[in-house]
Design a protein around this ligand. Structure first.
Ligand code: FAD
Length: 437
């Protein structure tokens, strides 16, 4: 219900960020319309159909320490239903699968000598205690890790892990990237928990966004799906959201939550330097396969890979976390490959991706054969997260633009964290306080 001081707001993008902002606006008495291009809510966290199963398009887990995600789920009255599990981690290296789930397994891990392991442990413990991420932002991650862990551990462990997420762009990334990754790993222990646990809402993100949509409707938010925004233009003191189908809608204020380069294209009324700054944010993409299997591959939630012949960059076995009953008793595995723009891998068609990925699984897991695959589906996203290059925080586009009432809020503004729902909700809360607090 609008109050006398309420304004008409549009939010472009119906992902976690756009929906959280829409909700906060509605709670402050504003009239809100959300425009989402896809047929469903959720963006990167949305669900899709894999054979006869509905589950997340990309693997998603909530950490015990994800206070902001859990707070949002509490508001959606879903947090109390969450299932929490202690999961195991695997490492596939030199053609063999190892468990790396506790200190003893770490000490027995064959590819490294004892001295390498000590240095690796000290690197992680040291980074977990640091708070000076701004200083680390000016040191190349490779220099930082070679210095603290040594060349051998860098080549054998860190380099494959960095390449898994950043490809060859790891050479340009700053040490703040590994700092943020380690900080997330250690957040539970810092928060007083004995160990980290991974959690999920039964029904997955399909259920979360279904509930989010209902709560927004109850709060009077107009959520429009299949609503492809072509441009946001200025009309005197107002803003016009022009749709791809030619229709136009006028608002007092607009928040664009798409990835920064997309916002650069949509926000026609921004100055050239503002659009250049948004367009210059250098995003990494992903090709991510969901595979439904008759039998599990192993019992690790994440298996890290160090052998460079494997075409994907990790194995995430969702059923090491989620009850198999969610998938009709079968196992759900994700095979992600993070990609730089122009990576030839992004040009492969789905059949070729499937053939290469299943061929690699057959080589890695002797008991696996592609006849056990019940469904295989490929997701492709051009803009996933910005590459955390040196001095990144100096180049972050601001939320407030030179055009009164037009705001750009997006993942490029997560400066000292990795991309995850917790950071995204935190960004929404920060934007709400700054822009309409
Ligand atoms: C492979 C993968 C694994 C992940 N794993 C985890 C995890 O385990 N745990 C975790 O917490 N997080 C995880 N995340 C991160 C999480 O998904 C993101 O933090 C979050 O979804 C980002 O939300 P967002 O709203 O900022 O962006 P998005 O989800 O990208 O939302 C932007 C929305 O804008 C819409 N849009 C774009 N252009 C237009 C237009 N012209 N008109 C209208 N709408 C438009 C898009 O369709 C999209 O819905 C993962 C992400 C990926 C890709």
């Amino acid at each position: 219900m609008s109050t006398s001081t309420s304004q008409e707001w549009a939010v472009v993008g119906g992902g976690v960020l756009g929906l959280t902002l829409a909700w906060r606006l509605a709670q402050r008495g504003h009239a809100v319309t959300v425009f989402e291009r896809a047929p469903q809510l959720g963006g990167l966290a949305s669900a899709w159909q894999l054979g006869d199963v509905t589950w997340d398009r990309h693997y998603h887990v909530t950490l015990l320490s994800d206070a902001h995600t859990r707070g949002l789920l509490r508001e959606l009255r879903l947090e109390h239903e969450m299932e929490w599990v202690i999961t195991k981690t695997g490492f596939f290296t030199d053609g063999r699968l190892h468990s790396m789930s506790n200190n003893l397994e770490f000490l027995l891990f064959p590819p490294l000598r004892l001295v390498d392991k000590l240095r690796l442990g000290l690197t992680i413990a040291g980074a977990a205690r640091r708070t000076d991420w701004k200083r680390l932002e000016n040191i190349r991650v490779e220099d930082f890790l070679r210095r603290w862990s040594g060349d051998r551990t860098f080549e054998r462990i860190w380099k494959p892990l960095l390449r898994a997420k950043l490809g060859d762009r790891y050479t340009e990334a700053s040490a703040a990237f590994i700092w943020a990754t380690i900080a997330r790993m250690y957040a539970a222990r810092r928060g007083g928990h004995k160990t980290e646990m991974f959690g999920y809402v039964p029904g997955g993100y399909a259920r979360v966004f279904e509930r989010f949509g209902e709560r927004l409707a109850d709060a009077g938010v107009d959520v429009q799906l299949n609503a492809d925004v072509a441009a946001v233009e200025r009309d005197g003191a107002k803003h016009v959201v022009r749709m791809a189908d030619g229709t136009r809608h006028t608002f007092d204020k607009v928040i664009v939550t798409t990835a920064a380069p997309v916002a650069a294209k949509l926000c026609a009324s921004l100055s050239a330097p503002e659009r250049d700054r948004l367009a210059a944010v250098d995003y990494h993409g992903i090709v991510c396969a969901s595979v439904l299997l008759e039998r599990p591959l192993a019992d690790y939630y994440v298996t890290n890979l160090t052998d460079d012949w494997v075409p994907f960059t990790g194995v995430i076995e969702m059923t090491a976390l989620v009850d198999r009953a969610e998938f009709g008793g079968r196992s759900l595995v994700y095979l992600p490959k993070y990609t730089a723009p122009g990576d030839p891998f992004t040009k492969l068609d789905d059949a070729e991706v499937e053939d290469r990925f299943l061929g690699a699984l057959e080589r890695m897991y002797p008991h696996f054969h592609r006849s056990q695959v019940a469904a295989f589906r490929v997701s492709r996203v051009r803009y996933v997260f910005p590459v955390p290059t040196l001095g990144y925080s100096q180049r972050v586009p601001p939320m407030r633009t030179s055009v009164p009432g037009l705001y750009t809020v997006n993942s490029s503004q997560i400066v000292n964290g990795t991309l995850n729902v917790n950071e995204t909700v935190l960004l929404a809360e920060r934007a709400a306080a700054e822009l309409f607090g």
